[in-house]
Design a protein around this ligand. Structure first.
Ligand code: PAF
Length: 283
């Protein structure tokens, strides 16, 4: 059964398929924003953009079990469907799709895994083995179900975005991938569903991630890439977080940077009050 509010419609899989077939027959542009719920202003700015750039947009809310390499992380992932729906209520031209696991991982959607190679061996891939295989699988299946014209991904998950681009090429999906800027709070902290698990103190302490990224941007060219990574780790250690990795990588291939002259991205992953946070910034 679909639930209808003023702007937003909440569709079952069958209803979604009928809506999409109808849209395709009229050559309409279909936007797609995949989410795992626990929506915040970062998601909302992406969804608002997609709603403006397409005839309508499908927003999926699906906590994908296959991308969690840690059962506790999956169990603790914040879920609040009612609040999510109330946040989406004012956005025009969107359909919310909240599928069941068996609908996403259905035998109707055959999947041949791709080899992600080096892209999945570093950073998130190294510390969360199997994570990107799960992301590729769910996004592949959602792409097959929805067949959007454009799909929107946040730059906060830059490595994920790079892998999605590689995946679209590999499976030859005729889908345009749109990269959306990271939304930050007034102090610079990147918005994330995981921030909901931080105390007031944790939210302040987590700012060291953004400050370290800014430190690197300011000191670029003063030091060699190797030296600045050392200095940045020392700067980061002044805070209270546990660093997992701090890397400066080439923007397009995500291999370790060798010169300031190439487009670079600095990546940080760290634990704050036991919550794993990631962020990055173009250097
Ligand atoms: O970035 C996320 O929230 C997830 O990895 C995604 C793309 C919705 C796939 O589950």
């Amino acid at each position: 059964m679909s639930t209808t509010t003023d702007q937003m419609k909440f569709l079952s899989l069958d209803e979604l398929e009928i809506t999409l077939a109808n849209a395709r027959s009229k050559n309409q542009a279909i936007g797609f924003v995949p989410t795992m719920g626990a929506l915040h202003n970062g998601h909302l700015s992406i969804i608002e953009r997609a709603s403006k750039e397409n005839d309508f947009t499908v927003v999926s809310i699906f906590v994908n079990p296959t991308q969690f390499n840690n059962a506790e992380d999956l169990a603790n992932y914040p879920r609040n469907l009612e609040k999510d729906l109330s946040l989406l209520n004012h956005i025009k031209n969107i359909y919310v799709f909240q599928p069941r696991v068996d609908e996403v991982y259905s035998p109707r959607i055959p999947f041949i895994p791709m080899n992600l190679g080096q892209l999945a061996m570093l950073m998130e891939g190294k510390f969360r083995p199997g994570h990107f295989d799960g992301v590729v699988h769910v996004v592949h299946n959602m792409f097959r179900l929805i067949r959007p014209t454009k799909a929107y991904f946040g730059m906060k998950d830059f490595q994920q975005l790079t892998i999605i681009r590689a995946m679209v090429k590999h499976y030859q999906f005729p889908i345009e991938i749109i990269a959306c800027e990271t939304t930050r709070n007034s102090m610079g902290l990147a918005l994330s569903s995981r921030n909901k698990r931080l105390s007031e103190k944790g939210l302040k302490e987590a700012l060291i991630i953004y400050e370290t990224l800014e430190f690197i941007r300011e000191k670029k060219h003063v030091f060699s890439i190797q030296e600045i990574q050392k200095q940045a780790r020392v700067f980061f250690a002044k805070g209270n977080l546990e660093l997992e990795y701090l890397e400066i990588m080439n923007e397009s291939c995500l291999l370790p940077a060798s010169s300031w002259d190439e487009p670079l991205v600095c990546f940080i992953a760290a634990y704050c009050e036991g919550v794993r946070l990631i962020d990055n910034s173009l250097v």
